[in-house]
Design a protein around this ligand. Structure first.
Ligand SMILES: *[C@@H]1O[C@H](CO)[C@@H](O)[C@H](O)[C@H]1NC(C)=O
Ligand SMILES: *[C@@H]1O[C@H](CO)[C@@H](O)[C@H](O)[C@H]1NC(C)=O
Length: 280
């Protein structure tokens, strides 16, 4: 009898909450190429479940086709470079990665990658500027009253935008080079002797020398990522001003905020704070 009463109360509570959880307004902060191909499926699935999805798309985007027939809404972000500029940068990146990387020394490879990453970071900065420094856009997004922001952290700034709009956010990540985000922010278990760093091209069975190389790769990726985050750190602080939290880095927010979590399409073993299922 008691159980029946309890169940009835629970059902009543759930039915009262149902309206709030059936659908919501989701703002999406996507990255380009395969990251968008991955996130597009997630957003379309969410739209088919009745959620109202708005994707922020910068004006030089190479991947998001805003004219295609889709259940998604698109909100443009104006940037100061063209899609041709962006394409030539990525082609340079890919050409080095596919054809030149094997010809140069380990250190030369990482220094070239560092300089290419800087150029990519520069475009990311401009995309971020287009969103967080446009009062008109921010006002429009505030008025739309989103319930959550879904952000691919490979393009920084999603969490900064969420902070400015005062909405909770969820990270969704395909992978990051060297699993740096997954390890440093998501605390994923990835011992360098067993888990080959993403983009290292090492296999799951590694010789002693390969394991040593993998360890070195982890350290280099961590160092490069920390340097990139340091720059973003001061950018975030300058946008949020004196009153804002001093830093709003992925590494801190993903661990300390109760509402955020990391949604990963994973290619390796996962630990409990990573979610591999689609769950909204
Ligand atoms: C975008 O979608 C439209 C309509 O489906 C299509 O005609 C066009 O070719 C697409 N553009 C690109 C760049 O894929
Ligand atoms: C979905 O959100 C967009 C952006 O806020 C709004 O323009 C549109 O009317 C909404 N659609 C529905 C069905 O609520």
């Amino acid at each position: 009898m008691l159980n029946l009463q309890c169940t009835c109360r629970m059902l009543l509570c759930l039915s009262l909450l149902a309206e709030n959880v059936l659908s919501g307004k989701v703002l999406v902060w996507p990255a380009d190429y395969s990251h968008w191909m991955n996130l597009k499926l997630v957003t379309e699935e969410l739209a088919s479940m009745g959620h109202n999805i708005t994707v922020l798309v910068h004006s030089a985007s190479l991947s998001v086709n805003t004219t295609s027939v889709s259940a998604l809404h698109f909100e443009p972000i104006e940037v100061g470079f063209t899609s041709d500029n962006l394409q030539s940068l990525w082609e340079k990146f890919l050409h080095f990665w596919i054809y030149e990387k094997a010809q140069v020394s380990f250190w030369e490879m990482h220094s070239t990658m560092r300089s290419l990453s800087r150029s990519v970071s520069h475009t990311h900065r401009q995309i971020c500027d287009g969103a967080v420094k446009s009062r008109k856009l921010l006002e429009k997004l505030r008025l739309s009253q989103y319930d959550v922001l879904l952000s691919d952290p490979v393009l920084p700034c999603g969490e900064l935008l969420a902070e400015l709009l005062r909405v909770p956010f969820i990270f969704t990540l395909r992978f990051s080079p060297g699993f740096a985000f997954e390890r440093l922010c998501g605390q994923i278990l990835a011992p360098p002797s067993y888990v080959p760093a993403a983009t290292s091209e090492l296999q799951e069975k590694m010789s002693f020398l390969e394991r040593t190389e993998n360890l070195l790769l982890y350290l280099i990726h961590d160092l490069l990522q920390l340097l990139i985050w340091k720059e973003w750190d001061s950018y975030y602080s300058s946008v949020l001003g004196e009153d804002g939290p001093e830093t709003l880095l992925l590494s801190e927010t993903s661990l300390s905020s109760g509402y955020s979590c990391l949604h990963c399409i994973q290619i390796m073993e996962v630990v409990p704070n990573f979610e591999t299922e689609r769950y909204i």
